[in-house]
Design a protein around this ligand. Structure first.
Ligand code: ACO
Length: 330
């Protein structure tokens, strides 16, 4: 089968209505708006009504993508859902989402890459298009982080939000699409950021609940340092091996974990701040959803246009990281 370039032909997102502001958090834990703004750049985050699963957010983002492209759900060949908050251990959220949107001819699976999940999924989806095996791949990044956050822990509960983004991947007609990608992982970083309970190592029990093992645990300061270094390294590597400099980029789209991580990375790369996608102030860290939400907003408001060169970069639990160079357009 022929090798062809894979591109994003439609992008959309969905965030829940409910807003949790820093002022709201001041009433829940010992924190204040100023600390959160200065240390993270987050002003508010969107939170689902309790019991709303990740598949519902992902399905809404997916429906919007299909309607934008004018594609019927039964035309989709493959659904990849990047998430660390699946509806349940099994069946996969991809199967639940398939049923919700009526993608009766698709197969699908979930991909666990934490904050790099969307980039892992995008690179994976691209392979099925490039090989000629599939013509329409739906890639979804969705997380309900509020379902695994301890709202009594001020060090983590201020950082995260809920949301979903989705893209449709198809064969590119011209020279647009995925230009190059670098993905990496280092399992020795596991203990810095993880959710220990609920899996086969620590199956759910009264003790795991009592010890709050079903929540995100992290060493924030260490993760911060690894994230800055990792995002800079992957950005420099992918630009260098493609003979590009940061000034060739129309938009740098970093994972939205902390405004200081984004700024430090952008400064090291000498990027014009106007060319760095930022929405962490409104949505916080939605894990697998941050990058597609940024893309969706940049596409809608006209920041990115046909032929523009973008660099998508992530770092997250695992540790995992990724960089994808993309020429925007069908
Ligand atoms: N409000 C007020 N004070 C707080 C809060 C809060 N919400 N959270 C922590 N503090 C306190 C700490 O208790 C500490 O007090 P102490 O000095 O009396 O002990 C003080 O603030 C400084 O704490 P640090 O953890 O050193 O603060 P830091 O500047 O590192 O900021 C933060 C913490 C925001 C978590 C930062 O380290 C960070 O963003 N790390 C990255 C973590 C991350 O983004 N993880 C998400 C997933 S991974 C990824 O997406 C890359």
């Amino acid at each position: 089968m022929p090798e062809q370039s894979a591109t994003i032909t439609a992008v959309s997102h969905y965030v829940p209505e409910g807003r949790l502001t820093n002022r709201d958090l001041e009433k829940m834990v010992d924190t204040d708006d100023r600390w959160i703004m200065e240390r993270t750049g987050i002003r508010e985050r969107r939170i689902v009504e309790q019991g709303t699963p990740t598949s519902s957010l992902g399905a809404e983002a997916a429906r919007r993508v299909l309607s934008e492209r004018g594609v019927e759900a039964d035309e989709i060949d493959l659904i990849i859902v990047a998430t660390v908050t699946p509806d349940m251990m099994f069946p996969s959220t991809a199967c639940v989402l398939q049923e919700k949107i009526g993608a009766s001819n698709a197969w699908g699976f979930d991909l666990s890459g934490a904050c790099s999940g969307f980039l892992y999924a995008l690179a994976t989806g691209a392979q099925f298009i490039q090989s000629g095996r599939h013509s329409k791949v739906l890639v979804v990044g969705a997380d309900v982080m509020s379902s695994i956050i301890d709202f009594e822990d001020r060090a983590t509960c201020v950082l995260f939000g809920d949301g979903a983004g989705a893209v449709l991947m198809e064969a590119a007609k011209g020279s647009n699409g995925v230009v190059d990608w670098i993905l990496g992982s280092d399992g020795s970083g596991g203990p810095y950021l993880y959710m220990p309970g609920g899996g086969s190592l620590h199956p759910p029990s009264a003790e795991t609940v009592e010890r709050k093992m079903h929540y995100v645990h992290q060493n924030g300061r260490s993760v911060f340092k690894f994230a800055v270094r990792g995002m800079i390294e992957v950005s420099e590597s992918i630009l260098q091996r493609n003979g590009l400099t940061p000034s060739d980029l129309k938009l740098f789209v970093p994972h939205q974990a902390n405004m200081r991580i984004i700024k430090a990375t952008a400064e090291k790369l000498r990027l014009d701040p106007a060319r760095v996608a930022v929405n962490i102030d409104r949505f916080a860290n939605t894990t697998a959803a941050t990058i597609p939400i940024c893309l969706s907003e940049a596409s809608t408001d006209g920041t990115i246009e046909e032929g523009d060169l973008l660099l998508l970069v992530s770092f997250g639990a695992g540790f995992t990281w990724g960089g994808i160079l993309l020429r925007w357009g069908c």
